[in-house]
Design a protein around this ligand. Structure first.
Ligand SMILES: *Cc1c(COP(=O)(O)O)cnc(C)c1O
Length: 378
């Protein structure tokens, strides 16, 4: 098969001998008194890298969001303000705890939650804001922090897609009261499945540690549970993969930024195509290179995906607004603050994520860029 016929997947990790050796070491040795050694090393390095006091390794990021809401005591009758456009995992845990998600619009440049829309949606039932650093872009953390403090709201930062991005020289995940990360195989740091919760709040951290272990306070040796809770732990082999990946943090973030720069070099001249934003005071780790061609091209995201697929190139659609998908059908309460024509709907209609995994070398980027140019020029 000619090289140009090779299929290009949309995402994938960078796995070296270091990951393989650590995972084998964990499989052989992380038992008995060493059963948590790789988790502890992974958590310590992660907390240091993000610049927060506490980190806890979890089976996935969804668990981290669930635990954060539960630890804050958010439940039935409470409202949680969320962006209308994000992956459903950011929001699904609001239902798990019995609270109501309140969808608000996103900003046209960063694609992150609009602080004005957040303010307009605050009621006496509002308990928390979940802001998402979408596709590596950073939300407007200065304004979100002010709003949260003024109204006494819990601020949760979903940085699952922004590991290594910075805002005001501080890492993604360090701007919320809690930050959460995913190590799904498609993410910037991968352990297959996996997640991390970080926080600078020792009381919240202690509460999370109890809730994630069936209501056993840390250090409990008697197996007498103080409440009915959850079981959310990461295995040692996954933690070993994560530790190896975090030891390569600078290299991985540089690789992501290079993939974006290479695409931008080839596609930057296309008229009416927006890319991931990197406003003053931020650095974007570009989890997924994302393009939004103007409506004038006459191609929605699914049409572009089909054209790419015909050229053996995988891609992903921009997340569809939660207010429009069957999962939230009939949730009028959740949709009551959205404008008639949300900005997010237009963005989500045309946006496509291009192949952005660590397998993307210059030749592959060249092929995808040429394909996209052809499709848009047709
Ligand atoms: C991937 C992702 C999650 C969920 O991560 P899991 O580890 O699959 O639970 C949450 N939020 C966003 C924005 C994500 O992209």
């Amino acid at each position: 098969m000619a090289a140009s016929d090779d299929f290009i997947p949309v995402a994938g990790p960078s796995i070296t001998d270091r990951e393989v050796e650590y995972a084998a070491d964990a499989a052989r040795n992380a038992w008995y008194q060493n059963h948590y050694s790789f988790n502890a090393r992974f958590e310590t390095l992660f907390a240091e890298t993000i610049g927060v006091a506490h980190a806890v390794s979890l089976p996935h990021c969804t668990a981290a969001i669930h635990l954060a809401l539960a630890a804050r005591g958010i439940g039935p009758g409470d409202e949680v303000i969320v962006p209308d456009v994000t992956w459903i995992a950011s929001i699904a845990p609001v239902d798990y705890v019995g609270a109501t998600p309140i969808f608000v619009d996103i900003l046209p440049d960063t694609w992150c939650i609009d602080p004005d829309a957040v303010e307009a949606a605050i009621t006496d039932r509002t308990k928390a804001i979940i802001a998402v650093d979408l596709y590596g872009s950073m939300a407007d953390w200065r304004r979100l922090r002010k709003i949260a403090d003024r109204h006494g709201l819990f601020l949760l930062e979903d940085s699952a897609e922004a590991l290594g991005s910075t805002y005001d020289d501080r890492q993604a995940g360090s701007h919320g009261d809690v930050g959460v990360f995913s190590f799904h195989g498609s993410k910037t740091v991968a352990t297959g499945e996996g997640g991390m919760l970080v926080t600078g709040d020792p009381a919240l951290f202690a509460r999370v540690m109890t809730l994630r272990d069936h209501g056993r306070p840390p250090g409990d040796r008697f197996f007498i549970n103080t409440e009915v809770a959850f079981k959310y732990k990461m295995s040692a082999v996954q933690a070993a993969l994560g530790l190896a990946q975090m030891e390569r943090f600078d290299e991985l973030i540089a690789a992501k930024r290079k993939i974006f720069a290479s695409y931008k070099e080839r596609l930057g001249d296309l008229q009416g195509v927006a890319f991931n934003a990197e406003p003053e005071g931020t650095e974007n780790s570009f989890w997924m290179v994302t393009v939004i061609p103007d409506a004038e091209y006459g191609l929605d995201k699914f049409a572009i995906m089909e054209e790419l697929k015909a050229r053996n190139i995988d891609s992903r659609p921009f997340f569809s607004p939660l207010s429009t998908i069957p999962a939230y059908e009939g949730r009028q309460q959740s949709k009551r603050f959205l404008p008639a024509q949300p900005k997010g709907h237009a963005i989500a209609n045309y946006g496509v994520n291009l192949p952005s995994g660590y397998h993307m070398d210059e030749a592959k980027i060249d092929r995808v860029a040429k394909a996209l140019s052809d499709i848009l020029r047709k």
